[in-house]
Design a binder for this molecule. Structure first.
Ligand code: HEM
Length: 528
């Protein structure tokens, strides 16, 4: 029997199947061969290069990183392997930096190479349609957005917002006096409303509907931007799946529609008011006026204004909340700050401190700086991404490495800050007895990040924290509740909310007025 087929006549069905499966087998073999060759080549290439030390990655998935208290996990690795640790997550390089000297060199002096961000498929591509400043890669859109933000937030410009911050802090005191059990939401209201006034020239309505929407957006966003939260951010190949098999994509797009709708509405309200002839002094109005010059489209403008609103609210409020935790655990430091306030304003003052008192409240300023150090609200900053191959201290750092500065570890480095776990404002008191200006709030710690991606809102933020904390210290004794035996119930300073940032976990606090405050007088002062 001939073993040859007549190709022109086609195959009997089972023979056709045989040929098809032979072809498929060959294809599979070729693909497997290519993949193996790729990994073998990668292995030898990596072997020939001297990478920073780190734990051995598991096959295919690489190293795993927890989504909670990531900074502690990174610090433990650095204790074992040294201050520079390399991780590999499914082929994606990551470098953990535990010491300031290395961070300053790479993210500071070499910032031309280390100022991008890794593209996050879920939070960046789908949720933010690649328009949210904090997630933008290095490039023209980032430069445009940062330049526009700089105009509103540079150290000189923020001097003009002091009145807004002072009035916001007065309202904070009134809100807590009226509803002492709702301090948490009053603090969020304070930081968010300061920003809403600056960005959109409006206050929240009494029902706080917009605040709730913003907090809802933030709650999910700080979790979504964790690079280890969604498998697609580790295995981008999953993005090839159709929507029917990628429910996460549908969900990310829904979140985009929701938040973009919200930010667009706020921007359009400003546009409408300008068209109605109102002369508005706010960031959104500047963006609308400079639309042509800035070259930003509507989505970019809505996200940029929204970014200032959202990036500022949570971190600023989180830091004020950490100050409360510190006061509960370190009552002596609280008393020293209150004694200073009473000395400067007079024990019977009926109005809270203002920025005019800043230079006389040195201990309070040192206390606020210590809060930034003791419990940084952004413990691993926002990771940077390198653009080109580099060599540092003999270690090869390939292009596309995610570089994580461990701010928490830097702030708890014993050599830099002796007795680092203790809250000690004295460490920031000038040795020569000189006064501190507002710029001092941002010095001596690195809570606002590094290099070309340093927080653009840092000058506004540190002054908002100062004003909030000093006003609370003026108005209230910050006390722990007690249990049935009269024992104080103290917060755990290591308990944090889930996500890449670290707001303290829920804790109970008693805010007891320490002076007679006329709420009507104060209300009149802030509502003007
Ligand atoms: C206490 C409050 C705040 C803290 C601790 C804080 C901290 C940070 C940190 C660590 C980063 C990442 C920096 C880096 O990548 O190296 C950052 C980025 C950013 N922050 Fe803040 N921030 C605060 C308040 C604010 C405020 C009030 C605003 C706006 C009004 C703001 C706007 C931004 C923006 C837009 C980015 C992204 C910058 C970029 O990716 O280029 N932040 N912040």
């Amino acid at each position: 029997m001939s073993s040859h087929f007549d190709f022109s006549k086609g195959f009997p069905a089972n023979e056709a199947l045989l040929v098809q499966s032979l072809k498929a087998d060959r294809l599979t073999l070729a693909i497997v061969g290519l993949v193996v060759a790729y990994y073998v080549a990668l292995y030898f290439r990596q072997k020939s290069r001297h990478y920073a030390p780190g734990p051995t990655p598991l096959p295919i998935i690489g190293n795993r990183v927890p989504t909670e208290k990531t900074w502690l996990f990174f610090h433990e690795l650095c204790k074992k392997y040294g201050p520079i640790v390399r991780l590999n997550m499914a082929g994606s390089e990551m470098l953990i930096l535990d010491e300031l000297e290395d961070v300053e060199e790479l993210l500071g002096k070499r910032s031309g190479n280390y100022s991008s961000r890794k593209q996050l498929v879920y939070a960046g591509k789908y949720r933010s349609t690649d328009k949210r400043l904090v997630l933008l890669p290095y490039g023209p859109l980032l430069k445009k957005q940062r330049a526009a933000a700089f105009q509103m937030l540079n150290s000189r410009a923020v001097g003009a917002y002091e009145g807004i911050q002072e009035r916001g802090a007065m309202k904070l005191i009134c809100d807590i006096l009226k509803q002492p059990t709702k301090a948490y939401i009053s603090i969020k209201w304070y930081t968010a409303e300061t920003l809403q006034t600056l960005v959109y020239a409006k206050r929240f309505s009494d029902d706080g509907k917009d605040l709730r929407t913003l907090l809802h957006i933030l709650e999910t966003f700080i979790q979504d931007m964790h690079p280890a939260k969604y498998p697609v951010d580790t295995f981008p190949i999953l993005d090839w799946l159709p929507d029917s098999l990628a429910k996460w994509r549908v969900e990310a797009k829904q979140k985009h529609d929701y938040e973009f709708g919200f930010y667009k509405r706020l921007l359009n309200e400003v546009r409408q008011r300008m068209e109605n002839g109102e002369n508005l002094e706010c960031f959104a109005a500047r963006l609308i006026e400079d639309e042509q010059k800035n070259g930003l489209d509507e989505v970019s403008m809505a996200y940029l204004a929204g970014s200032a609103f959202e990036a500022g609210t949570d971190n600023t409020a989180g830091t004020v909340l950490w100050a409360l935790v510190a006061m509960l655990l370190y009552p002596e430091e609280m008393k020293k700050a209150q004694a200073e306030i009473d000395r400067v304003l007079g024990p019977d003052s009926n109005m809270p401190p203002s920025f005019k008192n800043f230079e006389d409240l040195t201990y309070c300023t040192a206390l606020v700086k210590e809060v930034f150090r003791w419990s940084p609200v952004a413990p691993v900053s926002a990771p940077h991404l390198s653009l080109q191959d580099d060599v540092y201290k003999g270690y090869f750092i390939p292009a596309g490495t995610t570089v994580v500065p461990n701010i928490w570890a830097i702030h708890h480095n014993e050599k830099r800050y002796p007795d680092p776990f203790t809250f000690k404002p004295e460490r920031f008191m000038p040795k020569d007895g000189s006064k501190l200006g507002t710029e001092a709030l941002n010095e001596g710690h690195c809570g606002f990040g590094f290099g070309r991606r340093v927080c653009p809102g840092q000058y506004l933020a540190s002054k908002s924290v100062w004003m909030g904390v000093v006003s609370l210290l003026w108005a209230f004794d910050i006390l722990p509740p007690t249990d049935v035996n009269g024992k104080p119930i103290l917060p755990d300073p290591t308990a944090v909310r889930k996500g890449l940032t670290a707001e303290p976990d829920t804790f109970d606090v008693v805010l007891k007025p320490r002076r007679a405050i006329d709420v009507d007088v104060l209300t009149q002062a802030w509502s003007n």
